[in-house]
Design a protein around this ligand. Structure first.
Ligand code: SAH
Length: 464
């Protein structure tokens, strides 16, 4: 590219031209479309230039350009159609530091004027660096035909509407709105003028806003183990924008408080072995609210993908054609293991870890207890409080060492967190003594590393 196309700001700037014949008139026609102030130097200007001067459209100086005439011009055109005169005037411009164009002399010009398709404020500039003027004209003719003569008006009206269109969320919603205006509703009214275009924009915005808000959505959000600081930023954003929050029993009240003030909070708590909200009812609750056009947050404790019956709820959304997505959270095992200063896996001890449930819908859950009973195995057991005796029985049955450590963390990450260090042999009695009331995570094969057990900032604040 020998010439780099730019759009020069000329509003309120000065442009000068030397010449008073046909070439000058042709350039002036183009320049008169700009907001620049024009000065023409010509001893014998044709009547058309005189008449523009009389109308105040340009300033005509009835003599040839002299050095000292150019001071603060941004552009200069040498349009005398006389090689010697053009060389003289363009030298004056160059000496004054003004960019000069010599009409029909690409070689000695500092800039060239492209072929222009003008739908102000939409402007298309076409240049071939002098290689193929015919091609430039053909492209221009093609575009002139393709772009409606009213495109400029549509763009002007559109520009003054940009602020109003910010009512739509940035991104896809706004892009679709503008595409609809420029390619559909705008062209339909463009011959009726600006007022009709403004009206079309108003109506279009109204219908896009309505469509935007009627698109319900479900976010399955992990609320983490309880400490609000263990929420992800994505979870916070989802809570900030939710219309409806459907939450589980284990979701901490401190986290519910982060929901948007206007949000409707619905308790879908399920108490194990107690009064339960049937899963079908929860599925229906989620779907119905989304179908009303609400932004629904289905808030689940920990991570939604761990023992959360997430698939049933996802399937219900899919079956109803409701869009959804999953926001992961910190699962109870991660929070609990952090609180005892241990790691879930350890070189030389266990290269895998199991997340198990103590009971499922059918009762106590069965697992590969034989494998688990081997030394060094680690398992994180969810919903295991009531299953202590069952777990003990199965492990002993498969020859586990009764002295194998078992650690129970109640209310992990919360102010009332408790850690009960036990063994397979004493688990049921230790748990009975502890009289656990909150959710508890049982680790088989891990013992608390007392010295490094730490409290989260939230726990310290609550205890202070
Ligand atoms: N989706 C959740 C688990 C739901 S099942 C998660 O990823 O954590 C419910 C079980 O999780 C409880 O019975 C308990 O075993 C465990 N749990 C949840 N929150 C807990 C907490 N703060 N401390 C200890 N265990 C917790």
């Amino acid at each position: 590219m020998k010439h780099f196309p730019v759009f020069l700001s000329v509003s309120g700037q000065h442009i000068a031209l030397s010449g008073g014949g046909e070439a000058a008139v042709a350039k002036l026609r183009l320049l008169l479309k700009t907001e620049a102030s024009l000065t023409v130097f010509a001893a014998n200007a044709v009547p058309e230039i005189h008449s523009w001067a009389a109308q105040g459209k340009l300033t005509l100086i009835n003599r040839p350009l002299q050095s000292g005439d150019l001071t603060n011009e941004v552009l200069f055109y040498a349009a005398d159609e006389d090689d010697a005169e053009d060389a003289r005037t363009s030298a004056i411009a160059r000496d004054a530091g003004v960019l000069a164009n010599i009409v029909d002399n690409l070689q000695d010009s500092q800039f060239i004027t492209p072929a222009i398709v003008d739908r102000d404020p939409v402007t298309v500039a076409i240049g071939t660096e002098g290689a193929a003027p015919v091609l430039a004209r053909a492209i221009k003719a093609d575009l002139e035909e393709r772009l409606s003569p009213n495109l400029g008006m549509l763009a002007r009206v559109g520009k003054s509407f940009r602020k109003a269109a910010e009512a739509l969320p940035w991104g896809r919603a706004r892009r679709t709105f503008w595409a609809d205006y420029y390619f559909k509703s705008g062209p339909r009214v463009e011959t009726k003028g600006e007022v009709a275009a403004e009206q079309a924009l108003d109506e279009l915005l109204f219908s896009h806003l309505a469509a935007e808000t009627s698109q319900g959505h479900v976010a399955f959000v992990g609320a983490g183990p309880g400490d609000p600081e263990l929420l992800t930023l994505k979870a916070r954003k989802a809570l900030d924008t939710a219309d409806v929050v459907i939450y589980d029993r284990l979701v901490a009240p401190e986290i519910l408080e982060l929901a948007r003030r206007e949000a409707q909070l619905i308790d879908a708590g399920k108490t194990p072995f107690g009064q339960q909200t049937p899963q079908e009812v929860i599925n229906e609750l989620i779907v119905t609210h989304a179908q009303k056009g609400h932004q629904v947050v289905r808030l689940k404790s920990g991570d939604p993908t761990v023992f959360g019956r997430l698939d049933e709820e996802l399937d219900a959304c899919a079956a109803a054609g409701v869009a959804s997505h999953v926001v992961p959270g910190i699962t109870a095992a991660s929070a609990a293991v952090a609180s005892i200063g241990q790691s879930l896996t350890k070189r030389g001890r266990n290269s895998g870890v199991r997340f198990l449930t103590g009971h499922d819908v059918a009762g106590f859950a069965d697992h590969d207890w034989r494998d688990l009973a081997k030394p060094g195995q680690v398992a994180a057991i969810y919903m295991g409080k009531k299953a202590a005796r069952f777990i003990q029985g199965r492990l002993i049955m498969h020859d586990a060492d009764p002295a194998t450590p078992v650690t129970v963390v109640e209310n992990a990450s919360r102010a009332n967190q408790r850690v009960i260090a036990s063994t397979i042999a004493t688990l049921p009695t230790d748990l009975a003594d502890a009289d656990l009331a909150g959710p508890a995570l049982t680790f088989v094969g891990l013992t608390p590393r007392a010295a490094t057990a730490t409290l989260t900032k939230f726990q310290q604040q609550e205890l202070a």
